[in-house]
Design a protein around this ligand. Structure first.
Ligand code: HEC
Length: 196
């Protein structure tokens, strides 16, 4: 009886140690427990659970309004990692490790020439299938040439998306944000929840 309980205490101890080590291992990958995770090749690992992050808004540039072929005809559903959002709300600054994620979502095929369709709520554009992911990460050490932000494309197609992505060249992504974004590389004018 006594021996048994010593054994189970020992097992419990081992289990607790294993749990603690696992946590340390997970945190070693990221400077912050909620920040981005990188693999050994310095590629960004696709975050999980992002559809539960803070939803900022969905710009829409449909084909019907862009000569029949928009670069991104989908809804651009933009999310921000929740801890980064809280810190931004408190300080007005995107903290190091902020992740902004844009998931593209096709419109349901239309029955009008402009690609719109009529549903019971009216005529318009309605969200359909998911179709790609773009991510930006604030890390001023890693991405000085992107004004402190790195840009990543995980595919412009239906899921499954790439599991990891290398940083895109500055001219492919960051440059347009440098030239046109509102605030610290982010197009915050479109994201009502960021407004002070
Ligand atoms: C020609 C300009 C341009 C280029 C090039 C560009 N973006 Fe953007 N990006 C925008 C605009 C404008 C928005 C906001 C409005 C929208 O989505 O239509 C945006 C929004 C984003 C957002 C949401 C957060 C934010 O900053 O507002 C992410 C993430 C993003 N882009 C990633 C990328 C990635 C990754 C690439 C390269 C593969 C890229 N962008 C290339 C113009 C650009």
């Amino acid at each position: 009886m006594k021996f048994k309980s010593i054994i189970s205490a020992f097992a419990l101890g081992l289990f607790a140690t294993y749990g603690a080590l696992k946590t340390i291992d997970a945190q070693a990958q990221s400077a912050k427990p909620w920040g981005p995770n990188w693999n050994d090749a310095d590629e960004l690992i696709l975050p999980v659970g992002y559809r539960e992050w803070v939803y900022l808004g969905s710009p829409l540039t449909p084909n019907g309004l862009n000569g029949g072929q928009a670069g991104f005809p989908e809804f651009h559903n933009v999310y921000i990692q929740p801890q980064a959002f809280s810190i931004y709300r408190e300080t007005g600054v995107f903290p190091e490790g902020t992740i902004m994620l844009k998931e593209l979502q096709l419109t349901i095929p239309g029955d009008e020439a402009d690609g719109s369709r009529t549903e019971v709520s009216g005529r318009g554009f309605f969200p359909g299938e998911f179709n790609g992911i773009d991510i930006s990460v604030k890390d001023t050490q890693r991405f000085p040439e992107g004004q402190g932000w790195g840009y990543f494309n995980f595919g412009h197609h239906a899921p499954p998306y790439a599991k990891t992505a290398a940083a895109a060249p500055v001219e492919a992504c960051a440059q347009c944000h440098i030239d046109n974004a509102d605030e610290d590389m982010v197009f915050s004018r479109f994201y009502a929840p960021l407004k002070k």
